[in-house]
Every structure is written in structure tokens, then in C-alpha cells.
Write a protein that binds this ligand. Sequence first.
Ligand SMILES: [Zn+2]
Length: 70
Amino acid sequence: MTLYASLDEASQWICMGCNADLVVGKVEVHYMGSGYPVDLSRCPNCGQVFISENLATVKMAEIEKLLEDK
Ligand SMILES: [Zn+2]
């Protein structure tokens, strides 16, 4: 879901180190001792992951839901 994409600056970020456009890809997020693949913005050059506070909250909620379903 891209519910918050238009509400913050996440749609067009640039890596400050490389001046490269970020790409969205699967990133392994570790939470509660397990890893989960989540779509996040990352720099294709240095691999730095960027996430807004809003998006972090949404993603953590998604992961918590996955945990509850188990
Ligand atoms: Zn970079």
C-alpha cells in the first residue's frame, strides 16, 4: 500500500552521499528477532535505506499483523 506516499517526501528521495535517485526494493527488516522482506526506498549505489517516520509506523504495523496471524 502507498497510503502515505503522497503525504510525505518519500516519493522522490535522493541519496545525499551519491546524489542518486532512490529505488524501491525488498529490504530485510529485523524485528522481534526475525527478518521480514519489506518494500523500502534504497540507494542503488551505496545501499543506504531511507524510510520516513510515517512509513516506518505503517511497516511496523504490517509486520506486527504478520506476527499476530501466526
Ligand atoms: Zn548512496
